[in-house]
Design a protein around this ligand. Structure first.
Ligand SMILES: [Zn+2]
Ligand SMILES: [Zn+2]
Length: 143
């Protein structure tokens, strides 16, 4: 098997990393935490097994904050650029799509759409909260 590897970095380039293989899921999160932390209306996520991600430069520049035990948010201490969020309870890490520009991002779902401040009519499923297998209701909303 020849797994594709993609390179990513923080905003200033001090922190460099690679990710290999295929993500477990891709989509958009509209939750209050993602919006507040990113200072944007929506977070484009790609979820990976943690061992798919390798920090290749600048590991000492990575800061981390967790408001809840569900999400450990990481950024570059030099530039403030956001890199990833670890979700230990799910065994998955969200590598922000914006931080891996060469990765062919193909969103498949919107999650936490009940919290949306920006409605997006793209024909993709809109989950009220999270999929059942991630502890949510699995319920869908209209666009
Ligand atoms: Zn940086
Ligand atoms: Zn979120």
């Amino acid at each position: 098997m020849n797994n594709p590897t993609y390179k990513g970095s923080c905003f200033c380039g001090s922190v460099q990393f690679t990710v290999t293989g295929e993500p477990a899921a891709m989509g958009y999160c509209h939750c209050e935490s993602c919006r507040h932390w990113s200072a944007g209306p929506v977070n484009a996520f790609t979820l990976w097994k943690p061992d798919s991600i390798k920090i290749t430069q600048g590991a000492e520049e990575i800061g981390m904050y967790n408001k809840t035990p569900r999400s450990f948010r990481k950024w570059c201490k030099k530039c403030g650029g956001h890199i990833m969020t670890e979700h230990p309870l799910w065994g998955l890490t969200d590598l922000y799509a914006a931080a891996i520009p060469d990765f062919p991002y193909r969103p498949g779902v919107h999650v936490n759409y009940q919290e949306a401040t920006l409605s997006i009519k793209d024909g993709l499923p809109k989950l009220r909260d999270l999929p059942k297998e991630m502890g949510g209701s699995g319920a869908s909303l209209m666009e």
